[in-house]
Write a protein that binds this ligand. Structure first.
Ligand SMILES: *Cc1c(COP(=O)(O)O)cnc(C)c1O
Length: 427
């Protein structure tokens, strides 16, 4: 399903014209398709049905309560990396028993909070963290369920900032170390090792890295069981890639075909932690053109959406399709082949109002002529968009809209300037 389609010359999110939302709620504005989010969740639940999957949506990709509530309603669990994210999951009515707690730097209070809530398991990233969880659990008179996060040492062939499963990564444990640590878990009665966890990277577009990782995981699970650990869960993490330019990632069915045989062989239930693939293409960021200008040979489009709203281009040099919300007559929907010449366009840099050279969404991007007041949609902005937004330049963060069919709901209102200074006043 592509929830964002042009009807005539107008961009729609499902059955709602995006321009109408921008008119009503202002810009910058995030617009999400609830139906697309649910559809991807269901697809994941279906393609892994043979291994009784628990899809744990990675809250760091998009933590809006409206979206978490929607996912929960369709049976999603959650993957959290902080006490703050766990707080959001509980607020949204998420089930802690279907929530996994990951992250390299869990503090003692966060560990206690997660034990208190009753999370399904901790993904453990180091020996020292294992000791902390054991100590905190013992002090509470509880037994904490854990899974070691293992680095299978495969190359996910993704951006160096989003590779996490190689030996020289700050994440997880290499296999030898995991085995050594597993041997010590028996001496810690406040821990029970019920799973094994891997997360090899993000925006992975081919299935081979998963197949290689699972092969190593199955062997490791055998060894862990021989030690007497009751491994019931294989947590394969997230990382499924999406199309930012076009259909560059393999369909979910093909990932499943690579992963399933190993999980079945291991006789485990499967947990997965998808973030981007559920939310990424289900969201756009809408901005309004403020000015156009020319410097030397360069043409700039300055819009009101900026790097504080969506930092991915500045942080990862990531590519997002950008196209007018209302397309001038004669121009097609946004191109999927940026190698070919696109008639009716000229290269432009799309930038925001922030005082940083890094404040750009695109460079030399083919775009039709644009005027002040025109709306621009930046696509594939539903994951790692709003969650990384900041108030840099004292800019209130964007509002967020969740669309389902012909219904549009405000799920986060725009911040006010008073809210931005509230924590600094009356001290
Ligand atoms: C970021 C992350 C995910 C989600 O990654 P996506 O690429 O968005 O699917 C899942 N698990 C862990 C441990 C992560 O750090």
């Amino acid at each position: 399903m592509d929830a964002f389609q042009y009807r005539g010359n107008e961009l729609y999110c499902e059955d709602v014209p995006v321009a109408k939302l921008a008119e009503e709620f202002g810009t910058p504005l995030y617009v999400y398709s609830g139906s697309m989010i649910v559809e991807t969740l269901k697809t994941l639940q279906e393609v892994y049905a043979e291994v009784d999957p628990l899809v744990c949506f990675s809250v760091k990709a998009n933590s809006n309560l409206g979206i978490l509530r929607l996912l929960k309603a369709y049976g999603s669990g959650f993957d959290v990396v902080s006490g703050g994210e766990l707080f959001r999951v509980l607020k949204a009515g998420g089930d802690p028993a279907q929530t996994v707690f990951a992250g390299v730097g869990k503090s003692d209070p966060e560990i206690a909070q997660a034990i208190e809530a009753g999370v399904l398991m901790f993904n453990v990233e180091s020996e020292a963290e294992l000791d902390s969880i054991a100590r905190v659990a013992a002090s509470m008179g509880r037994v904490a369920p854990i899974a070691l996060r293992v680095n299978p040492d495969v190359d996910p062939k993704t951006h160096r900032y989003t590779a996490t499963g190689q030996k020289e990564s700050k994440f997880g444990l290499d296999i030898d170390r995991a085995l050594r640590i597993a041997a010590t878990v028996k001496d810690k009665p406040s821990l029970t090792m019920i799973g094994m966890h891997m997360h090899i990277g993000s925006q992975i577009t081919t299935v081979e890295p998963y197949a290689k990782a699972v092969a190593k995981g199955v062997e490791l699970i055998g060894q862990l069981r021989e030690m007497g650990h009751p491994i019931a869960w294989y947590n394969m993490g997230g990382g499924y890639g999406i199309g930012y330019k076009g259909p560059e990632a393999k369909p979910l069915k093909e990932f499943a075909a690579a992963i399933l045989p190993g999980i079945k062989a291991a006789g485990c239930r499967l947990a997965i932690e998808p973030g981007r693939v559920i939310a990424g293409n289900a969201g756009v960021l809408v901005g309004r053109v403020l000015y156009t200008k020319q410097s030397g040979d360069k043409r700039f489009v300055i819009q009101d959406a900026a790097m504080n709203d969506l930092i991915r281009p500045a942080l990862y040099e990531s590519f997002h399709r950008i196209w007018p919300v209302t397309v001038p007559p004669g121009l097609p929907a946004p191109p999927t082949d940026y190698e070919a010449a696109i008639p009716g366009t000229e290269p432009r840099d799309v930038v925001g109002p922030i005082c940083e050279s890094g404040d750009f969404f695109a460079k030399d991007r083919p775009l039709p002529p644009l005027d002040r007041g025109d709306l621009l949609a930046t696509f594939s902005a539903g994951a790692y968009g709003m969650v990384m937004a900041s108030n840099y330049n004292t800019r209130p963060r964007a509002a967020e809209i969740l669309v389902e069919g012909d219904q549009a709901r405000l799920v986060r209102r725009r911040e006010t300037l008073d809210e931005l200074v509230a924590a600094e006043e009356g001290l």
